[in-house]
Structures are given as structure tokens and as C-alpha cells.
Design a protein. Structure first.
Length: 237
């Protein structure tokens, strides 16, 4: 377990622009007597309204984040395998299909069959990898997370993420730069999970550090779109 004794404070900042603007700040400071940490936070609750306060955090939870950052950086392939392991193939098929105008020549059963056909020969991992793509994939969604770890001896560590995708991976060492160097990337899901455990469950950052339900919804959208295009190919107007 990583040593938390020389931590002066840990700063966590989340900003989002697009459909609405979100600004959330959290600072973890050690409790001088009794051990542990206090989380001082100012954030926008997913239930509505702004919250501010202070909450206790265990030293173990902070040490787990530090350990995740200290371990060897994850490669993308490892993250893709682990994320795909939590998705069932059946979850890639939507329960209902879009109503289009003009209507498609295929009914729901035919679209479902086309969706299954498209997925034949493609693994869940292929679909997850395509979802993560090579960077930004959609507009009006610009997240930014900065993590600063300040040590008592003056040493400082910085990490950030601008990833739109589930679990905000990859993390990038250092400050934001327009052209992120691949060798600074860390696809560690452990960093996302341990950081998520530190922030309030009704914070927007808490939701973004998971994001798996929205990922499944997008995977279904991709399957649905491909099935609709195949229907149009088979039944040209």
C-alpha cells in the first residue's frame, strides 16, 4: 500500500462545457490528529443544486489512488479487454429500434436479425475498441479533469484527462497540451476507480468516472445504425 504520510494535499478539479457548464473542485487534506483525510468539496449535484462541505476519507482510500498512479501504466489493450469483459454480447442489441421517417422497409424483427448478423464475427472487444476510437467522437461534450498531488517536500505530480469516453481513460501525465504525447498516456482503470471512490456519489465527476451505462447505450446506437443502413441497402427505395 502506498504511503500517505508525506501528502500535503490532493486537488481534484472537474470542468465540463457543452450542454451546460459544470465546475467541481475537491481538496483532500490530511487530518493532523486522528489520521485519515478530509475532503473539502464544492460541486454540482446530479440531483440538482450546488453542494459544499467537508467529508471524512480514509487513509486507505487515498493510498489506493496513490498506488494506482505508481503502478506501471496500463496499455490500451489491457483496458479494452477488461472493459469488454463487463459487457455481454446481448447488450449490444437494442431492445427497441428507432422510428424513422420515411419508415424503413424492415420491421423490428428484421432489424434485430440484421444487427445480429453484423455482430457475427466481431467480438465485444472489437465493439468497445471502436467506441473508444482515436479521440474525440462527439460534439457538445468537453470534459476536463485535473489531478494534482502535492507532497510536503515540495514534489508535485499532475495528471489530467480530456477523454469523453467511459471511465475518462486515458489519463495523461502532466498538464494539458493540444497534442498529447502517447507515451504520457495511462489507460489505468484502477486510477479511475480509486479516484471515483474519493468523490461524492452525487457529483457529476463521480458519474463520469464510470460512464459504462452511457457506453452501452452508444454501442447499441452503433449497432442500430449499421442495421438500418443494411436494411436500406437490401431494400433500396
Amino acid at each position: 500500500m502506498a504511503d500517505v504520510a508525506d501528502i500535503d494535499r490532493i486537488e481534484i478539479r472537474y470542468e465540463h462545457t457543452g450542454w451546460g457548464v459544470i465546475n467541481e473542485t475537491f481538496v483532500l487534506v490530511p487530518v493532523r490528529r486522528g489520521g485519515g483525510f478530509h475532503l473539502q468539496g464544492h460541486y454540482e449535484s446530479t440531483a440538482g443544486g450546488v453542494r459544499a462541505g467537508e467529508w471524512p476519507v480514509t487513509s486507505t482510500a487515498v493510498a489506493q489512488l496513490l498506488a494506482a498512479l505508481q503502478e506501471r501504466p496500463w496499455q490500451r489493450e489491457r483496458a479494452m479487454r477488461e472493459i469488454a469483459g463487463g459487457v455481454r454480447r446481448s447488450e449490444l442489441i437494442p431492445a427497441t429500434f428507432w422510428t424513422t421517417w420515411p419508415p424503413l422497409a424492415c420491421d423490428a424483427d428484421e432489424l434485430r436479425a440484421l444487427a445480429r448478423s453484423r455482430l457475427r464475427g466481431r467480438s465485444v472487444r472489437d465493439e468497445v475498441d471502436a467506441y473508444y476510437g482515436t479521440g474525440m467522437r462527439w460534439t457538445d461534450d468537453d470534459p476536463y479533469v485535473q489531478l494534482r498531488i502535492l507532497h510536503r517536500q515540495g514534489r508535485e505530480q499532475r495528471w489530467h484527462s480530456t477523454a469523453q469516453h467511459a471511465m475518462l481513460v486515458p489519463w495523461v501525465a502532466g498538464d494539458y497540451a493540444p497534442m498529447e504525447a502517447p507515451d504520457r498516456q495511462n489507460w489505468s482503470l484502477s486510477v479511475s476507480r480509486t479516484l471515483r471512490a474519493l468523490v461524492p456519489v452525487d457529483a457529476h465527476l463521480h458519474a463520469r468516472l464510470d460512464g459504462l451505462p452511457s457506453m452501452r447505450a452508444r454501442l447499441q446506437d452503433y449497432t442500430q445504425y449499421a442495421a438500418a443502413r443494411e436494411c436500406e441497402r437490401l431494400h433500396p427505395r
